[in-house]
Design a protein around this ligand. Sequence first.
Ligand code: NAP
Length: 323
Amino acid sequence: MSGVRWGIVGTANIARGQFLPGLRAAGGVAAAVAGRDPARTQQWAGDNGVERPVTGYQALIDDPGIDALYIPLPNSLHAEWTIRGLEAGKPVLCEKPLCGRLSDTQRVLAAARQTGTLLWESFVFPFQPQMAAVEKLVADGAIGELKEIKSNFHFMVRNPANIRLSRELEGGALLDVGCYPVRLAQLMFGPHHESAWARAVVGGDGVDVDTWGVLGYSSGRRLMLSAGMMRSYDTFTSLEGSNGQIRVTNPFHPGAGDSYQVATAGEEPRTLSAGADEPSFTAAIRHIDAVIRGEEEPRLLAVDTSLPMATALDDLAQSFSQA
Ligand SMILES: NC(=O)c1ccc[n+]([C@@H]2O[C@H](COP(=O)([O-])OP(=O)(O)OC[C@H]3O[C@@H](n4cnc5c(N)ncnc54)[C@H](OP(=O)(O)O)[C@@H]3O)[C@@H](O)[C@H]2O)c1
C-alpha cells in the first residue's frame, strides 16, 4: 500500500486547520470529504485540496476507496459515526473527547473491541517529540518525584453559534479543552484518579464556559486544571517535582516558538525548544498510517486510554453540576 487514503467525516474547521496539514506532512492522501450539503462539501473539497466530495457520512464510510476515517463532528455525534465506521471495518481517528458522555464512550469502546477495528481518540500531543522528551525527563527523575501538575487551556469563543456553546451538541469547556490537562495527567500519573472536584461558570446554551478543578491521584499527587472559552489563548503548564519544575509553554499543540524549561534546585534553568517543526497532527497520523500499512504496532489506542479519560471527565462534570 502506498499512501493511506483518508476520508473526512464533516467539513470541520479542525479538519481544514490541523488535520489536513498534518496528513500532508505525514504522506497520507486526502481522498474524500463527506458533508451534509452537496454544494458546500464540493466547495470545501476544492478549497482544501481534497480529491472527492461525498454527500452524506454513511456514503463515505461505505466507500471502498477509503482506508481510514477521520471524524471531526460535534461531540454528540462522535458515538454514532464512530461505531458506524468501526462496524464497516475502517480504522477511525475520532476527535477528542471520544464522546461527551461516559455511557457513549463505553458503547464505542465495546464496538471497537467487538469489531477488532482500530480506534484512536485524537489527542495528538502524546505522539510528539516534545512530550516524549518531557515524559523521559520525569521518568529519569530530572525534577525528583512529580507531585503536582498545573495546567491551563483557555481560548476565546466569540461566535454564539459555535458548537462549543451548545448543550445539545455536548459542548462546554471541560469537554473541549479541559480534557487536555486530564490526558496529560494520565500520561504522567497513570490512568486512574482517586478524587475529582470542579467548579464552573455557565454560559452559552447552558454549558460550562470557564472551569477549574482538581483531579487527585495516589499519595496526594494532583492535577490542578483551568480551562475555558472566555479569555485569550493560554496553555501554560508546569510539572512540579520534589526537586524542580518543568514549565511548558504549550504541551498540547506546540508551535515553532514554543519551549519547555527545566528548573532544578541549585542549577541555572535550561530552556529547550519544543522542536515543533511540523504540523501538530503529523506524528499521530504518521503512526496511524504506519500501523495500517503493517509497519508499526499500534500505540495509545482508545481501548487502552479512553475509558479512564471519560471517567475523569464525568467525575469532574458531576462535581460541578451538583455544586
Ligand atoms: N484535536 C484537536 O486539536 C481539536 C481542535 C479543535 C476541535 N477539535 C474537535 O473536533 C470536533 C469538531 O470541532 P470544530 O471546531 O472543527 O467544529 P466545526 O468547525 O463546527 O465542524 C463540525 C462539523 O460537523 C458537521 N456537523 C454535523 N452536524 C452538525 C450540527 N448539528 N452542527 C454543527 N456541525 C455539524 C459539520 O459538517 P457538514 O456540514 O459538512 O456535515 C461541521 O462542519 C469537536 O469534537 C472538537 O472537540 C479537536
